[in-house]
Design a protein around this ligand. Sequence first.
Ligand code: FMN
Length: 601
Amino acid sequence: MHNVTAFNNLRQFIEELEACGELKRIRRPVSARLEISRLTDQESKRPGGGKALYFEQVKHSSFPVVTNVFGSSRRICLALGVTHLDQLGDRIREFTEFDAPQSLKEAFRLIPKAVEVSRCLPRRFKSGTPPCQQVVHTGDDVDLTRIPVLKCWPKDGGPFVTLPLVITRSPVSGKRNMGMYRLQIFDRNTTGMHWHIHKDGSHYYQEYCRQNRKMPVAVAVGADPATVYSATAPLPRGMDEVMLAGFIRRKPVVMTRCVTVDLEVPAEAEFVLEGYVVPGELRREGPFGDHTGYYSLEDDYPVFHVTAVTHRRDAVYHATVVGPPPMEDCYLARATERLFLPMIQAVMPEIRDYWFPWEGVFHNIVVVSIDKEYPGHAWKVMSGLWGQGQMSFCKAIVVVDPAVDCQNPEKILDAFVRNFDVQTDITLTLGILDVLDHSSPNPTYGNKIGIDLTRRFPNEEPRIPVTVTAGTITDEPIPDALFESVPEISGVRVIRPEITTDEPVRNHMLAVSVQKSVDRGGRYVADMILNDAGLARFNLIVLFDDDIDLNDASMMLWKLFNNVDPGRDMVIRQGRAVVDACKKGAMDGHHREWPDDLTFD
Ligand SMILES: Cc1cc2nc3c(=O)[nH]c(=O)nc-3n(C[C@H](O)[C@H](O)[C@H](O)COP(=O)(O)O)c2cc1C
């Protein structure tokens, strides 16, 4: 395998992907409006993530487009110079174990101390014209519409730059931030600047607003793969993502000064957009087919005024298409999961491992295994995670013992089915939520759920004993009376996880197809189900919209993790629970707009 230190730029990585058989060339002319995204969506849904796609001819543009370059286990490893993503964590661990840090920020600070500083810190481009400035357009010559920016999904508000490395500097601390925040192209020289409220770019913007100063912004598109990844990494504020890229590459990123703003960008970038954001100037942006698999709704975001577009003479436009998982971003997220584990462990050493199932689209659910030492230990871990950087967006945290392999969905389901006790294992709390969460009645904050599946210590509240064995989940038909008394219910399916022994299991699960009426929401259906004697043998019942295939486990999990507000959408009574994973509306007390699923009809 190629040594990653050699990837100075995107084109070297593309060459390597091609040499490894990981890249497909599409030679016929294609459109940047929906066609490239549809082909990319199809490709990334192939087993293992398909290949990277290189579109040689894009209609109405002189630049080629490359997509899906990180979208497989092999390609993300190649991008980050490892054969297994845990090697990234192992490299970090060498430093966090060296000197126990007290916080995530401190953990990250140890890295440059421990390695040769010169390996991490960015270097200045020295001689001649930097590659990213071989062609320079400024003033009236700026025309963003020449770049083949993709319109990804049919209802998108326009074309969006989907892999931008947005570089800003705090006017207070002078620290740099490089974050990935999408840009909607409005016209020849303006875009939206979609930094979510909790992100560092937004924080620095607020600092500029307080000083009532224009905020310089530079955006690189298409850089070496470690640098592109690093823009997505949830580093604590004030930590330089360009330095993380240097750490991953084992080689500094070479930066060059912008032409019209006082910022630096990766000299080897394919494209650079330079400009500024004006405090208080907002414009409606979106909708955008997002990585949740739903459209993120229209909203007001700052406007980016572009003063210069610079690029390589033969620039390649680098894009990603996000949508219903699994897609390319799942592999970027997996890299973050593995890279950040040792930093989280540095602060909470009881954590053995964790896993973000892709159906949870990262912010909805994490499964954590811990070495439990004392009563209430799982709650301590939940609280810790909910207070930690972007982990604090997480809606659900499930805590298991190390005996349960938290990377193995079957083992987790097995532990859940056997042990989960609705009455003792649930913790509900409040906190911030990812801007993309659509289940909460209020955007950006709301209900969270912790599920403690760890074994009980003698002085903890015991689970209610169970005697029913797996074999007793019967095939008895569901009484027709149910469908007559609750016309909203159109189908049911008994969920029968593979339980191999005859040990008692606590949970008997039923999935129910529902079409809600204008005045009868999930709680009404839940009440009817809980009162139905024919269903008394089921203690966990999940409601799905009637267009969901109840045989598609992955689809059902995706809906469950995305659509449920844990405080509002669960009815719990006498050890039984009905969870409403349907879309919500006024009949459920949900008064925000509910986003559409993404499809390419
Ligand atoms: C493909 C992709 C697109 C993203 N788009 C956005 C976005 O538009 N807005 C946003 O706030 N975060 C977005 N993110 C997540 C951020 O890049 C991520 O949270 C990052 O850590 C933010 O950097 P910061 O911590 O420096 O703010 C995206 C991530 C990926 C992988």
